[in-house]
Write a protein that binds this ligand. Structure first.
Ligand code: SAH
Length: 355
């Protein structure tokens, strides 16, 4: 049995599935899911991420969080959390960079929200000297000050896709045609969750709705509002999404999202407005959405790169220069990736971000 067999059986029994149901099965099906069964990151894998490109990313995010913790009076104990930690690289770099921050390591309780058993075991190895605790979902985070990072987590959450038709919407579904997966549409219906999109869309426009994003953000924001803390959410996307952004990556190449279910990474752009509104509902303040390149430059990535470059030459130096460029240049990840900060309304925004 493969994920394709499972999906075909499911569609034959219950009819076509939504794009969100398809994404959820592809990524996290307990037996055949992409994340459940493998470590997809790095040169040998299907895609790479900022922390895998350079240690500078995790170091700077870590120091920004530690500064926010100092600015809020060094609350102890506090939760240091990450959503979807991948290989644990960002957390390891963050922890190394914050070793010298007085009291930070003594007060932290590390919690990792991770759904994949395969990646949990990689994280356990990377972070073995820190004894982190794993959680299945963000609602299990302790009720105490929360300092959190999430890089490329929200883009893995399933989205539904809707096509505008008059004042209604028809939902994109995935069914079977001649034994292969194929897109179709439901009849048009009203969609109260998309009422705010009637003003900025036209007939035929496609809009994505990520239903799990708001509840996850509210769990985080409620703790930050009640007990203090900060969240740095980094992902690709924008303030409001428009158009079909469902994307499959296999061996670092774009693939057809319906071709190899469970064997390619599937993501969709993050609608940061939805995250910010969920945070606001929970009583938490949010920063201006800031391009990753601008954020990292403000935190001093160029100085850090110079320090790391000092003893290097040849290939090592070239690799470092390329990594700095990749993380910050507007034509690489610098502009496509954005940062949203969450913080208590009575506190200052986290370093590198403003209101
Ligand atoms: N942050 C890492 C990995 C990004 S890949 C990095 O930047 O390298 C996405 C991560 O989120 C993986 O660890 C994946 O297993 C996890 N993930 C995806 N969906 C999840 C969910 N619904 N709940 C918890 N973890 C999830």
């Amino acid at each position: 049995m493969s994920l394709m067999d499972h999906l075909a059986a499911r569609i034959r029994a219950d009819g076509p599935v939504s794009v969100a149901e398809y994404m959820a099965d592809c990524l996290l099906h307990p037996q055949y899911g992409y994340y459940t069964t493998r470590d997809p990151l790095g040169a040998q894998g299907d895609f790479t991420t900022a922390p895998e490109i350079s240690q500078m990313f995790g170091e700077l995010l870590g120091l920004a969080l530690a500064q926010a913790w100092l600015d809020q009076g060094s609350p102890a104990p506090f939760t240091l959390a990450e959503l979807g930690p991948g290989r644990g690289t960002l957390m390891a770099d963050l922890l190394r960079a914050t070793r010298g921050v007085p009291g930070f390591h003594a007060a932290m309780q590390i919690h990792l929200v991770e759904a994949s058993p395969a990646l949990r075991s990689v994280q356990a190895k990377t972070l073995e000297s820190y004894a982190p605790e794993w959680l299945d979902t963000a609602d299990a985070l302790p009720d105490q000050p929360l300092f959190l990072v999430a890089n490329e987590f929200f883009d893995a959450l399933p989205v539904r896709q809707f096509l505008r038709a008059g004042d209604g919407w028809s939902e994109r579904r995935i069914g079977l045609k001649d034994g292969a997966l194929s897109f179709g549409l439901t009849p048009t219906a009203a969609q109260p969750a998309l009422a705010h999109r009637l003003a900025d869309t036209r007939d035929g426009d496609l809009v994505e709705l990520c239903e799990p994003a708001a509840p996850v953000t509210q769990c985080i924001a409620a703790r930050i509002a009640a007990h203090g803390g900060a969240a740095l959410i980094v992902d690709y996307g924008d303030w409001r999404a428009l158009g079909d952004t469902l994307q499959a990556l296999r061996a670092h190449e774009p693939a057809d999202p319906l071709q190899t279910p469970g064997a390619a990474d599937l993501t969709a752009h993050v609608d940061f407005e939805a995250l910010a509104m969920a945070a606001k509902t929970a009583g938490c303040a949010f920063t201006r959405l800031t391009p990753q390149g601008v954020f990292l430059e403000r935190l001093g990535i160029t100085d850090r790169a110079r320090a790391l470059a000092a003893p290097l030459q040849g290939d090592g130096l070239e690799t470092l220069i390329a990594a700095h460029r990749r993380l910050t240049h507007p034509e690489e990840m610098g502009n496509l990736f954005k940062v949203l900060g969450l913080y208590p309304s009575q506190a200052a925004p986290p370093p590198g971000l403003n209101t």
